[in-house]
Design a protein around this ligand. Structure first.
Ligand code: 5RP
Length: 222
């Protein structure tokens, strides 16, 4: 199976975790786009979604799913999103699509995080995928130096030759050279650095379930 087919497989499998009659939290990325396609088949049975990005909002609306502002909904039963890396404990690196801050907000408001990913995302130790960090631009160089002190190399993510601007009007650093052996401690520390809006380690909001697309089918890891 191709990577795209594996994404379709897990996108469809996630439907089983969506309680009918309730608003669903929707993440961002190419795997989630498959989930949104699958969601279209039950769109008349859910009131709508809370979305983690402008891109997902646009897709949801295009297929006729109402998108609620996060402030309109107190809590969500489930949040479905992809990951750039996931370890054996459900901790993840996310933000490859630059939506990490809103993803963490919607994940925090959800009772259950269902991660959908193809098997290439499964790792022993987080950190091989460049770690996305959303930063307030005036703090960029200070944060670059703080990562250097940890042995990491941080680079500003570019789009068309200029710093990419997130849905929140901020910039993204991608950090290589890290091996994140204690994701919870790492997330807690980096989140406290002045100017860091969100670090792309999801340990406080880790996955309760991971639906992993493999050539043998969907594996559900709890
Ligand atoms: C976006 C994300 C995505 O969930 C992550 O990058 C995985 O994306 P894809 O499903 O396209 O591989 O965190 O900010």
């Amino acid at each position: 199976m191709t990577q795209d087919e594996l994404k379709t497989l897990v996108g469809r499998a996630a439907l089983k975790y969506v309680p009918l009659g309730q608003v669903v939290g929707v993440g961002t990325g190419s795997t989630v786009n498959k989930f949104i396609e699958a969601l279209a088949t039950i769109k008349d049975q859910i009131p709508g979604a809370v979305s983690s990005s402008e891109a997902s909002t646009e897709r949801l609306r295009a297929i006729g799913i109402r998108v609620f502002d996060a402030n309109e909904v107190e809590d969500l039963a489930v949040y479905v999103d992809g990951a750039d890396e996931i370890d054996g404990q459900g901790c993840m690196v996310k933000g490859g699509g630059a939506a990490l801050t809103r993803e963490k907000i919607v994940a925090a408001q959800s009772r259950r995080f269902v991660c959908i990913a193809d098997e290439s995302k499964r790792v022993q130790v987080l950190g091989k995928f460049p770690l996305p960090v959303e930063v307030i631009p005036m703090a960029t160089q200070r944060i670059v130096r703080q990562f250097a002190a940890l042995g990491g190399t941080a680079r500003v993510r570019l789009q068309d030759g200029k710093p990419l601007v997130t849905d929140n009007g901020q910039h993204i650093l991608d950090v290589t050279g890290l091996a994140i052996r204690d994701p919870l401690a790492f997330e807690t520390e980096v989140n406290q650095w002045p100017g860091v809006l969100t670090v792309g380690v999801f340990a406080q909001q880790k996955a309760a379930v991971c639906l992993l697309g493999t050539s043998g089918g969907v594996q559900a890891l709890n």
